[in-house]
Ligand binder design. Structure first.
Ligand code: 9Z3
Length: 346
């Protein structure tokens, strides 16, 4: 079976239709604390139907290949933006480069999972991450020889290793890249992919590593045009009011996914003293299977797996750190072990 050809979507430019759309009703200062209200009051990205059919095709392809054993993981990755204007000149963003998501996706692929990679456009991608965001210009990986361009022999061994893995994933149609930029695009696309994956039941795994904004400006309050520097108050300040992004995880667990799916969320903190407590309370609140806690400062060398009964730290030792071992190479086998146990027991 020939793998389907994927289209390229761009999510980073504001949708011009949305940018001039004032037809959305002026909602009475709606309390956007609830997920249903969010979806009622915000329009879906206009490219969503195309993404939905790509996702459907991808799932169909894998079910046709091996109905009983096809395992698909949805990996979310990178930060979401919060536009401050409808015709977006400025937006709020966060630190996430998508390292966790892109690296984890590679280890899932190596372990036989197919991956839907829902990522912030232009953040790190599986495989190309090894070269795309280095401090080298990509042309530094090349040399000119006899008026032809070649890979610099200095890098060719490393590149060949990565290329082989990339080529395997591509030629076997095991990796589907789906982009987002804004928090609205993220939530709509996430909901849609979750619903499509219900058919996989317990063979579906959700690995939610994206750093999703907690606050946003609802569409009914978003200024149409660029905020002017004259928009200041008496104290010379620009005041921006942000609403809370709905806690989508409860809907994801209770409604969007099949109750048999295995769901992993991440908890990010900066204060060591509250990491475990907050991870546990997320687990109790949303009733999913695993929370992986991490601190901003140490996220590349240690994480904690919090389940109903356990707290297990996964840490790189000094030798592993010196040898540039990626913590995801230890995390993903653990996640897979938990997913396998779930599949067996449920
Ligand atoms: C994470 O905690 C990820 O591990 C990181 C990865 C974002 C820290 P990088 O992209 O960083 O490798 O630079 N992701 C989840 C963060 C998050 O927003 N979690 C929510 C929360 O903490 C729950 S869904 O409240």
């Amino acid at each position: 079976m020939t793998p389907p050809q994927h289209k390229n979507f761009h999510t980073s430019n504001p949708e011009t239709s949305a940018a001039i759309d004032r037809s959305l009703p002026e909602f009475a200062a709606a309390e956007v604390s609830d997920e249903d209200t969010f979806f009622k009051n915000h329009s879906p990205p206009n490219y969503l139907p195309e993404i939905e059919s790509e996702v459907e095709e991808f799932i169909k392809f894998h079910l046709n290949r091996d109905k009983e054993n096809a395992k698909i993981v949805l990996v979310t990755s990178g930060g979401t933006t919060v536009p401050l204007e409808n015709n977006t000149v400025r937006f709020i963003d966060n630190f996430s480069a998508g390292t966790r998501g892109a690296t984890s996706a590679e280890y899932f692929l190596e372990s036989g999972y197919s991956v839907i990679f829902l990522h912030r456009e232009f953040s790190l991608l599986p495989y190309s991450r090894h070269f795309s965001h280095s401090t080298n210009c990509f042309l530094d990986y090349m040399i000119e020889k006899d008026n032809k361009i070649e890979i610099n022999p200095k890098f060719s061994n490393e590149m060949l290793k990565v290329y082989k893995k990339y080529h395997k994933a591509e030629s076997e149609n095991n990796l589907l890249l789906i982009p987002f930029t804004t928090v609205n695009q993220y939530l709509y696309t996430l909901k849609s992919i979750c619903e499509k994956l219900q058919i996989l039941q317990k063979n579906a795994l959700f690995y939610l590593a994206a750093a999703v904004s907690d606050f946003f400006i609802p569409q009914y309050r978003l200024p149409q045009h660029k905020i002017q520097s004259s928009n200041i108050n008496h104290d010379g300040e620009l005041v921006i009011r942000l609403n809370q992004v709905p806690k989508f995880l409860s809907r994801l667990v209770d409604n969007w996914t099949n109750t048999r799916a295995y769901i992993v969320s991440f908890k990010l903190e900066t204060d060591e003293g509250i990491l475990i407590k907050k991870s546990k309370s997320a687990l109790e609140r949303y009733h999913h299977q695993l929370v992986i806690g991490n601190l901003l400062q140490t996220r590349k060398t240690e994480v904690v797996f919090v389940t109903k009964d356990n707290e297990d730290w996964v840490k790189l030792n000094d030798e592993e750190i010196a040898n540039n071992v990626e913590i995801e190479s230890l995390m993903i086998p653990q996640v897979i072990k938990l997913h396998d146990k779930w599949i067996k027991d449920i």
